[in-house]
Design a protein around this ligand. Structure first.
Ligand code: G
Ligand code: G
Ligand code: MN
Ligand code: NA
Length: 253
């Protein structure tokens, strides 16, 4: 069977699951939110990384149904965690095909309603390249989503060639610095200056800035010194199964 055929089957058979990676306040270490990350353990293929199957799901249009499953499952999980941690927020990755689908806003609304999750507790992550592929359509779609009260985030920032003029017009709340910028060893010299510039740019535009891919203490220290308020990465916490994250959330960080 093709990967495409397998994906449809996988959705029906319940082979997808979600892990969650914490978003952490860098000054206190507090977990303020989680990002849902899809996983597929295929009984025939073994674990298939999302980078391999999300593009196929996009081409076939199945991403709309997979995305709906992600929205509903993660919203329900976040609502349950908020019983213990009332301020916890949820980030969900959204692909371009999903964003442009006429049903998308209704899907988001339904997932929130069924889970009993307030819209302000959900952030939708869109990559810079998706937002840039059809800027006018993206802005219109984002504006509609924002009316629902959900927050919007630019994922993988710095890799998608947005112009500063366009960035200013985008109705978004958060900017996630692509991990390629953070990964450069200890963040010194030009690399550090570049990250400082992105952090400052985000703050000037009034955005919440999240550094992705923090892998060591030196990077964490550097980001703290730059005034970057939030981060994610293996050094803080790996993507984690929901059962294991529950304990961390109860403890507070
Ligand atoms: O978790 P991992 O690093 O393997 O993710 C690889 C890529 O897959 C990332 O770009 C991430 O944004 C994307 N991804 C993970 N989960 C989802 C999801 O639920 N929906 C979409 N559209 N992309 C996802
Ligand atoms: O594109 P997006 O930011 O959604 O991708 C998130 C992916 O990044 C997750 O699938 C996760 O597995 C991966 N990731 C999270 N933290 C780190 C990290 O510290 N280093 C690396 N290399 N990948 C990470
Ligand atoms: Mn993401
Ligand atoms: Na990213």
């Amino acid at each position: 069977l093709s990967l495409r055929g397998d994906l449809r089957q996988a959705l029906q058979a319940g082979e997808f699951r979600l892990q969650y990676q914490p978003l952490v306040r860098l000054d206190t270490g507090e977990i303020t939110g989680v990002e849902a990350l899809i996983r597929w353990d295929s009984p025939v293929r073994g674990p298939v990384p999302p980078a391999d199957f999300i593009p196929i799901a996009e081409e076939s249009g199945l991403i709309v149904e997979i995305g709906q499953w992600v929205l509903e499952t993660s919203a329900a999980q976040a609502a349950a965690w908020r019983q213990v941690r009332p301020e916890l927020t949820l980030n969900v990755n959204v692909s371009g095909h999903q964003l442009m689908h006429p049903r998308f806003a209704a899907d988001v609304t339904r997932a929130l309603a069924v889970a009993g999750l307030p819209s302000s507790a959900m952030t939708l992550e869109l990559t810079e390249s998706v937002l840039m592929s059809d800027p006018q359509a993206a802005v219109a779609s984002l504006a509609g989503l924002r009316e629902l009260g959900v927050r919007l985030s630019i994922d993988d920032f710095g890799t998608g060639y947005s112009s500063l003029a366009y960035l200013r017009e985008l109705p978004v709340d958060e900017l996630k610095i692509d991990r390629a910028f953070i990964a450069r060893a200890e963040l010194t010299g030009e690399d550090l200056a570049l990250v400082r510039t992105i952090v400052d740019l985000g703050h000037i535009l009034g955005l919440r800035v999240v550094a992705e891919g923090i892998e060591n203490a030196a990077q964490l220290d550097a980001l703290r010194r730059l005034g970057c308020c939030y981060g994610q990465g293996y050094h803080l916490c790996r993507p984690t199964d929901p059962a294991d994250l529950a304990g961390l959330l109860r403890r507070g960080s």
